[in-house]
Design a protein around this ligand. Structure first.
Ligand code: SAH
Length: 258
């Protein structure tokens, strides 16, 4: 196979958070395959001759299946030397990057990963919340609140997480929030545990709220928080230094329906 597929992390949205390597690859690639949660300002970095393929979700429609995405990548890399598979955040954090890397590798394709700033880390920074703190916050767990639809049983044991992790960062958790909170409280987590949710971190429309675990789901619903959002649960929320949070960028996030 002549070309290479680069699995590139686009970061959480603000183009200033792209890595230098991601920026260079976007400028030079012959083809790009991208999904939701990537602002146009980042996509506009590619050359006018670059072949652009969207494989994300459109409102009211299903996303392109993983099977098809793999085929598209395979077909493109037969014709091009530099193919970028661009993913929001980091490609190896809840982004199916592992599945794509495995598929491409098994088909004899050269594939390289370019890490990105994952939204869980960006989200905490943009609220001024450190994810760890020496005063009693030495562990943090990244968890998917919504798992693959093909899984028969949930693979996250929320009850056991309640006591085993001091701080929990939840991706894709907004729609399942009441269930998650009930499980955590059942598992022994205090209903008073400080909790935060941030929507559209780093881009226009960013907003967040801080409350207790017990009140989180109700407030999220009342304030109409929607995806994409990150939930942070744990005492680390109390260490917020709001003044250190950067201002969100003015770019908007299209297709935010994951
Ligand atoms: N690979 C991505 C995660 C993809 S899963 C990463 O590393 O960030 C999609 C989920 O990521 C969303 O449902 C949401 O929970 C989170 N997310 C992505 N971008 C976000 C943003 N700008 N603000 C808040 N959450 C975001």
């Amino acid at each position: 196979m002549p070309g290479t597929v680069y699995l590139v992390g686009a970061g959480p949205g603000d183009p200033d958070l792209l890595t230098v390597r991601a920026h260079a690859l976007l400028r030079q690639c012959d083809a790009i395959v991208y999904d939701s949660l990537v602002p146009n300002e980042i996509l506009q970095l590619v050359s006018s001759t670059c072949e652009c393929v969207f494989v994300g979700k459109r409102r009211g429609a299903h996303s392109v299946s993983q099977f098809t995405t793999n085929d598209i990548l395979l077909e493109l890399v037969k014709r091009h030397s530099c193919v970028v598979r661009l993913k929001g955040g980091d490609p190896f954090v809840f982004g199916r990057g592992g599945e794509e890397a495995e598929y491409l590798h098994n088909h004899g394709v050269s594939v390289k990963v370019v890490p990105g700033v994952t939204s869980g880390i960006a989200a905490s920074a943009y609220m001024g919340i450190p994810l760890t703190h020496r005063d009693g916050c030495s562990s943090v767990t990244f968890v998917a609140g919504h798992e693959g639809i093909n899984k028969k049983e949930p693979s996250v044991n929320w009850k056991s997480l309640a006591l085993s992790s001091q701080n929990i960062v939840i991706y894709m958790g907004v729609y399942n929030l009441q269930f998650i909170i009930d499980q955590l409280i059942d598992g022994g987590m205090s209903p008073e545990t400080p909790s935060a949710v941030i929507q559209q971190a780093t881009v226009k429309g960013q907003r967040y709220l801080i409350t207790t675990l017990m009140q989180l789901a109700e407030k999220v619903e009342k304030e109409q928080f929607v995806s994409p959002a990150i939930v942070i649960i744990g005492s680390v929320v109390n260490f917020q230094v709001e003044a250190c949070a950067p201002l969100p960028s003015e770019v908007t996030m299209p297709n935010s329906f994951s």
